[in-house]
Unconditional design. Structure first.
Length: 237
């Protein structure tokens, strides 16, 4: 069974290299992972979204709104990791298009993208126009939070009818490890629109000691079909 790692070990645990376009999809932990990778990846890093995110969620990274390529390269050279949005309206920041992510990837060391939304739920299944994954993605990371473990799908998941359809059950049934594995590994689930040649990994966030038996069963159900990284729950002193 995968031993949970500390959040500050995430880039290493995901086996990321020197030049990566990382797309984060799925549910719980995407924004936390985005910011963690912004602090851990070496060199010039663009952090962005192709959907939407809260404009108050910056984690103290410098922010650029609709920058020119020249301004973006200058900012990443100075600050290394920079958060980029297309526009801001009130509490909502609108993301960039996937072609911009591909273009920036030729200019900087890393681009890390939140490529879909889950309304802060621990698991989702993509709608017809989701996820918005750049074609240049080298690593697609499917995220799930432990608060979905063994819970009724309709109670915990974003787009519960879609989650249940992929899992092969009713939305009023519990999310067993086997059902969750189906959602994570399905081309109608979190492997949807995986670019050719991209690596696929699963990120399980917020793992407490009590979650370990379920996590072990999940890893067994995945059966080596994806690299699994579990991040341990952080306890504040």
């Amino acid at each position: 069974m995968n031993q949970p790692v500390a959040l500050d070990e995430l880039a290493r645990a995901l086996l990321l290299g020197d030049h990566e376009l990382v797309s984060l999809v799925g549910g719980g932990g995407k924004t936390t992972a985005l910011f963690a990778l912004g602090r851990q990846l070496a060199g010039e890093v663009v952090l962005t979204t192709t959907t939407k995110m809260g404009s108050d969620r910056t984690d103290d990274f410098p922010v650029l709104v609709d920058p020119t390529d020249t301004a973006l390269v200058a900012a990443t050279a100075q600050d290394q990791s920079t958060l980029v949005w297309r526009s801001v309206s009130g509490h909502k920041a609108r993301g960039v298009d996937r072609e911009s992510c591909n273009r920036w990837f030729a200019m900087v060391d890393h681009v890390v993208v939140e490529a879909d939304g889950a309304r802060r739920r621990p698991l989702t299944a993509p709608g017809p126009f989701e996820p918005v994954v750049p074609s240049g993605t080298t690593a697609l990371i499917a995220c799930v939070g432990t608060s979905a473990f063994a819970r009724v799908i309709a109670d915990r998941c974003h787009r519960p009818l879609r989650v249940a359809a992929v899992a092969g059950c009713s939305p009023y049934q519990r999310l067993t490890p086997e059902r969750l594995a189906r959602v994570l590994l399905s081309d109608r689930g979190l492997r949807k629109d995986l670019p050719e040649g991209a690596r696929f990994s699963i990120l399980v966030s917020d793992v407490a000691e009590s979650d370990r038996p379920y996590l072990g069963d999940l890893v067994e159900a995945i059966d080596g079909r994806a690299h699994v990284v579990a991040v341990a729950r952080e306890h504040n002193a």
